[in-house]
Design a binder for this molecule. Structure first.
Ligand code: KG4
Ligand code: ZN
Length: 332
């Protein structure tokens, strides 16, 4: 089965083609990061307009790279939400037009299901599994007992981890997006002393909280600047990163043990983080671990195509052309 997939929920326009949900034939990603960088975040109106400008060329390039003709496609998968509504609608409308013109089924994929399935590209998933989802908008622990069956064990009560990275990087003035910038500065810091960071606790053991840690860092920075104290930016990045990652590791470990999971996955843009990847490898040596290759960590259509394939074969259910930017992770 040949699957065509489209992702346009935020600031990446992406089209991918896969065979049977396992072989990625093409994955073209047009990123707008440079355009939004000067504003320190994604500007929704600019994002939608860029998707409109780019999507046709991205489509064509994806078909060319895959050596596939439009007539060969059997299924269309598209991110249906969550995301910026103006951006989502560009991808959804392109997907609908293609499916309608070729008279083939269309399936809507939840953006987070896509991130989870980025892990199925290189190796098969084994159940039950726990997936830690860490992105610019989400921080959550999911349990899967079978394909395309998601149960949310916990989530952030305030900021997502990626959001905290981006905000702190902005206050430090070290660039956008903040995750890679902080990660790089933290890796450059080779000493062992750290600025003090709070240890955060939540009522539900599987929930997360990042606003306290974020405010602590920003308040500390403001205080140091007011007092004219010297600031070691690399040390601050290393101190924040260590506390942020430790919060994820501890809760994930509890969840993996509690459900006796066969596999532990990490998904989302923050899965590219060097410390998180290293800590996961050393902590979860008693289960199978999967983390997406770097190119599939941040937003891309390959992960949407793989998730779409599994949603289709698992639930034998297609969507109608009335999808309009809704977002459901569970199947109704
Ligand atoms: O999944 P994603 O591409 O978009 C959303 O769905 O949100 O994730 C983007 C987030 C941004 O907050 C970015 O700063 C973060 O992923 N990120 C990282 C790293 N690379 C990207 N955070 C920490 N360390 C990284 N190396
Ligand atoms: Zn994402």
């Amino acid at each position: 089965m040949i699957v065509l997939a489209i992702e346009s929920s935020c600031d990446e326009t992406s089209v991918s083609i896969n065979k049977d949900g396992t072989t990625i034939l093409s994955n073209v990603v047009l990123s707008q990061i440079a355009l939004h960088a000067k504003y320190g975040g994604v500007v929704p109106e600019i994002a939608s307009r860029e998707h409109v400008k780019g999507i046709t060329a991205v489509f064509e390039e994806s078909f060319e790279k895959a050596h596939i003709a439009p007539e060969d496609v059997d299924l269309v998968a598209v991110t249906e939400g969550p995301g910026l509504i103006g951006s989502l609608l560009i991808g959804i409308n392109a997907a609908k037009a293609f499916a309608l013109a070729r008279n083939i089924p269309i399936i809507g994929v939840h953006h987070i299901a896509g991130h989870v399935y980025a892990n199925a590209i290189e190796a098969p998933l084994e159940f039950p599994l726990i997936c830690l989802v860490v992105s610019g908008g989400h921080t959550e622990l999911l349990k899967m007992k079978s394909h395309y069956h998601f149960e949310k064990l916990g989530e952030t009560k305030d900021d997502a981890i990626g959001e905290a990275y981006d905000k702190i990087a902005r206050v430090l003035g070290i660039g956008y997006p903040g995750g890679p910038a902080i990660d790089e500065r933290a890796q450059a810091y080779k000493k062992s002393d750290r600025y003090p960071m709070p240890r955060v606790s939540t009522d539900n053991p599987y929930d997360f909280s990042y606003s306290g840690l974020k405010s602590h860092v920003i308040n500390m920075l403001n205080r140091m600047r007011m007092k004219g104290e010297p600031l070691d930016v690399d040390k601050m990045c290393a101190s924040f990163q260590e506390a942020a990652v430790e919060h994820l590791i501890q809760k994930s470990l509890d969840a993996v043990k509690a459900v006796n999971a066969k596999m532990f996955l990490v998904a989302g843009g923050v899965a590219a983080n060097s410390l998180l990847r290293a800590r996961v490898q050393e902590t979860f040596d008693f289960v199978k671990v999967a983390m997406p290759p770097f190119e599939y960590c941040t937003d891309n259509a390959a992960m949407i195509g793989v998730a779409g394939y599994y949603k289709y074969i698992t639930h034998q259910k297609v969507d109608t052309l009335d999808m309009n930017g809704r977002s459901r992770l569970a199947i109704e």
